[in-house]
Design a binder for this molecule. Structure first.
Ligand code: ADP
Ligand code: MG
Length: 715
């Protein structure tokens, strides 16, 4: 199956020391040891500063400047005790990655030595020379100032280097006039917008507010692991994150024998190490398992405050790469590293923790709680139906385009899955006084009746929906594996805030009388369901029939990134984001510019690299093989005195494919300069087809790239 010369070089277990696994430590003993947690704060701050800071964090407020110096000093002393020599403002520019610029704590004391210093000023605000970050024209380079500011709601943490470590301060990144240049600023704004409307709804529904409300997030992360030697031999994976060529192996995921299968030794060693690293960073990862494709896995956390959930996912992606390296593996986060097998996504589990401290997407015990729950679900149905195209936009990327709409990932059509029972309840609400009821006897009267218990894992039978109610949260499943979770959450928060706001507009007109209010709620829900039920779909989203049906229902189906990104330019989208003060028109324009450019750039360099790989790696080997084959045939025929017809057939096929590949490379090279991205993509596909066919004919021993079978199965 594979090339023996490639196999013999494999690092069978990396430089990972198995004895690491024998040193046993209880999780609570090291959990969050690398976080400036409440516990650490208590140890290092005066009671007064501790109280002020923890209040700020709990209420997502602003840091009291009078304690900034004390907090900075405490952080420094704590960080130094962890081996830190540097600090950095850790932020999330529009590239989708994280960014950091380290500064040391040292300050010359004037006597030839240094003291270690960290001021409140340096903690609160940083000014990286950030002219090279994409801003979409918001910040011309001649006045390239961008500011990073501490987000106290996400705790500072320690990143370990090789011989020292760095204090990382999670920050937002804004321009001179406060315009958002990053992914955190609008996320925080959208969380505020949502929480404002949730609090308003609580008031309308007479729900006692005792604590701040906030969105919750649990991001399930899929990934691939391949042997690092293979990774180093695949310039396409190194540079683009995915294979640009590669013949489908005879066996891949057909038997479904990898999903939830027993985990291989080197992989479990990676997972154990990853869990430990994440736990030390106070990130509550909890689930780990094999995924559908061979070589594919998943890690998922216990949900937490959305802002933390996003930061922890960003950190997780980074730590995964680092830990993989330690185990002689490479972790691939691309949405579709291998054609023909499952791609990787990220499930965005979203809910709201209300001002009553309860999960508002959890059907409650009492009729009162049910009312709250049904209003929330209705708000989401309305939100998704009105802004399905915006949700689609938030998951648009060159990588995810390879995945969405294939028969493995949710399609680009965004619909809502409610499950049979919840759908039935909404049908009852729509009909008003229906006799059909999912609860025993009678009809459903909001605020009066209890709901039947809803099965928690109702969604288990339907894994195909892009936006599914799964027990006590909604799960947006179309997010790409390498993406930041910010974008989708900014959109969900904002569209739900908008829907809740319009519901409040209606209900605030009604008095406080319980009966009238219940009737009004019932009416509002009835109107919503009538108007928006078209977005509800409980069937198989992967079928052609659904694509047709969705079209009939008028649901948008934006197949590619450029179509999806264009949504950002629509007036109603600008109006939505401006109304809730999440993004201004200018900020949206800048994002549109940046994301479009990123998309075009990726298509271009993938095309260029395809040409280069074909010309410098593949075609030379194919030509060499043709020549050797011709020689061999000649000598065999000379000796046997018969014509080797079948061998000549192979030679003919190899030569013809090689010619085709040379032609296709030239065509692609031309297309890559100035043709539309769809033309470039189809030219890339043509070249790939001939190259993959060649891979099936050229001896494995001389084929210059590790095969799919090698990469997916050997770990
Ligand atoms: P599955 O989707 O595989 O059925 P789970 O129900 O266990 O798995 O949850 C998947 C993810 O959803 C986990 O990360 C979990 O923490 C998260 N989750 C559960 N409840 C909530 C919630 N209220 N808000 C946000 N995320 C949640
Ligand atoms: Mg899930």
């Amino acid at each position: 199956m594979g090339s023996s010369s490639r196999i013999k070089d494999l690092t069978s277990k990396g430089d990972f020391d198995m004895s690491d696994l024998t040193g046993f430590q209880m999780v609570p003993d090291y959990y969050a040891e690398n976080v400036f947690s409440f516990k650490a704060m208590k140890n290092y701050l005066s009671p007064k500063a501790y109280k002020s800071l923890t209040e700020t964090i709990k209420k997502a407020g602003k840091l009291d400047p009078s304690i900034a110096d004390e907090v900075a000093d405490a952080m420094k002393i704590w960080a130094i005790s962890k081996g830190a020599t540097h600090f950095t403002h850790w932020f999330q520019p529009l590239t989708g990655a994280t960014a950091e610029k380290h500064d040391s704590f040292i300050k010359p004391d004037g006597e030839g030595s240094v003291v270690l210093e960290f001021s409140g000023e340096a903690l609160i605000q940083g000014e990286p020379d950030a002219s090279s970050f994409p801003s979409g024209g918001l910040r011309p380079t001649f006045e390239a100032r961008g500011y990073t500011g501490w987000d106290p709601t996400s705790p500072a943490f320690i990143k370990e280097g090789v011989k020292g470590s760095t204090l990382c301060i999670p920050t937002y990144f804004v321009g001179w006039n406060g315009e958002a240049l990053d992914k955190k600023t609008p996320l925080l704004r959208s969380m505020k917008a949502l929480s404002k409307q949730i609090d308003r709804l609580a008031k309308v529904l007479n729900i006692k507010a005792t604590i701040p409300s906030y969105a919750t997030l649990g991001g399930e992360q899929e990934y691939f692991l391949i042997d690092r030697e293979f990774y180093y031999r695949r310039i396409d994976i190194i540079q683009t994150g995915r294979t640009l060529f590669g013949k489908e192996p005879a066996k891949h995921q057909q038997m479904a024998d990898h999903y939830f299968g027993a985990i291989k030794t080197r992989v479990i060693a990676f997972m154990e190490d990853l869990d430990k690293e994440m736990w030390r960073l106070g990130a509550p990862v909890t689930t780990r398992h094999n995924e559908v494709s061979p070589g594919q896995y998943e890690v998922a956390p216990i949900f937490e405050n959305q802002n933390l959930g996003v930061d922890h996912n960003m950190l997780c992606m980074e730590v995964m790469q680092k830990v993989a390296e330690r185990h002689g593996l490479a972790c691939l986060l691309h949405e579709k590293p291998f054609a023909g097998v499952n791609g990787s996504g990220k499930h965005n589990n979203w809910s709201v923790s209300g001002p009553d401290g309860k999960n508002w997407l959890s059907p409650g015990e009492s009729p009162h709680e049910n009312e709250r729950f049904l209003v929330m679900v209705a708000a989401i149905i309305k939100a998704v139906d009105e802004y399905a195209d915006l949700l689609r936009m938030t998951i648009a990327s060159a990588g995810n385009d390879h995945r969405l709409g294939s028969h493995e990932a949710p399609p680009a059509i965004v619909s809502v899955y409610l499950g049979e029972q919840l759908t039935d309840i909404f049908e009852q609400i729509e009909k008003g006084s229906s006799t059909r009821s999912s609860k025993q006897g009678g009809t459903l009267e909001l605020g009066v009746d209890s709901l039947p218990p809803l099965p928690r894992h109702a969604s288990d039978r339907n894994r195909t929906s892009p936006f599914a109610f799964t027990g006590a949260k909604f799960e947006f499943r179309a997010v790409g594996s390498g993406a930041s979770l910010s974008g989708p959450n900014i959109a969900i928060n904002t569209i739900v805030a908008e829907a809740v706001s319009s519901i409040c507009d209606e209900l605030e007109k009604v008095g406080k009388d319980k009966k009238t209010l219940n009737k009004a709620v019932q009416k509002v829900l009835q109107d919503i369901i009538k108007k928006h039920k078209k977005v509800i779909f409980n069937g198989d989203n992967y079928t052609e029939a659904w694509v047709k049906e969705a079209k009939k229902r008028g649901l948008p189906n934006l197949k590619t990134t450029p179509e999806a990104l264009a949504v950002m330019q629509e007036a109603r989208i600008v109006k939505l984001f401006e109304k809730h003060r999440v993004l201004s028109k200018k900020e949206l324009e800048s994002r549109y510019g940046v994301y479009s450019e990123i998309y075009q750039t990726i298509i271009k360099y993938e095309a260029d690299l395809s040409v280069e790989m074909a010309r410098t790696l593949i075609i030379p080997v194919a030509l060499e093989y043709s020549s050797n084959l011709a020689e061999t045939i000649k000598s065999v025929e000379g000796v046997s005195k018969t014509k080797s017809t079948e061998s000549r057939g192979i030679l003919k096929e190899v030569s013809s494919l090689t010619e085709k590949a040379i032609g296709a490379a030239a065509k692609l090279e031309k297309a890559a300069v100035g043709s539309s991205t769809s033309k470039v993509k189809s030219s890339m596909a043509d070249l790939r087809k001939t190259v993959d066919a060649l891979e099936g004919l050229v001896p494995a021993e001389i084929w210059p790239l590790p095969s799919y079978a090698e990469m997916l199965f050997i770990s």
